[in-house]
Ligand binder design. Structure first.
Ligand code: SF4
Ligand code: SF4
Length: 162
């Protein structure tokens, strides 16, 4: 399905997720990068060594989730918008999801927006809790969203209008 539609399957996604144990320890990166293309800014952006050196620039990134602190530098540097950071420890019933967002206008802190799945379907309402506008640095802005934990692995984008 990934090759045909560009949308990863459940099996594709499971391969890049850290363990539940790691997810429950704090924020960590999720790299949904599935295409072998010559690209490595995620690696060059990472300051903790969590993203391993590429033996071949066409290889997919490999991550040591135990070295990732969830800083999201790789999120804003990825040209493929393939990376998010997920924090399942945000609160008892809510997760914090940091996503890259290329559209304008940017949402505002405190705004409720529609959470979309990987196919662009609305799945829930999510609250914007932080906006990092890094366009001036030629990087992708990052939107931090608070959302019900049951949608944390499903939501990958937002829509501002009804
Ligand atoms: S979130 Fe930060 S620490 Fe984690 S992989 Fe990305 S750049 Fe490295
Ligand atoms: S920067 Fe993004 S698209 Fe490029 S290899 Fe890293 S995760 Fe994949």
């Amino acid at each position: 399905m990934l090759e045909v539609t560009g949308i990863p399957t459940f099996e594709d996604i499971e391969k890049v997720y850290p363990s539940e144990e790691r997810l429950n320890q704090g924020p960590t990166v999720i790299m949904e990068c599935f295409q072998n293309i010559p690209c490595n800014p995620c690696y060059t952006a990472c300051r903790t060594g969590a993203i391993k050196p590429f033996e071949d620039i066409n290889h997919l990134p490999t991550v040591d989730h135990d070295l990732c602190n969830g800083c999201s530098l790789c999120v804003s540097n990825c040209p493929g918008l393939a990376i998010v950071v997920l924090d399942m420890t945000y609160s008892e019933d809510q997760a914090l999801l940091k996503i890259p967002y290329e559209f304008l206008p940017l949402p505002e802190v405190g705004q409720w927006v529609k959470g979309l799945d990987r196919e662009g379907k609305v799945v829930c309402d999510v609250k914007v809790v932080k906006v990092i506008d890094s366009k001036a640095l030629d990087k992708t802005p990052i939107i931090s969203l608070a959302l019900d934990k049951q949608y944390a692995k499903v939501v990958r984008n937002i829509r501002l209008e009804e």
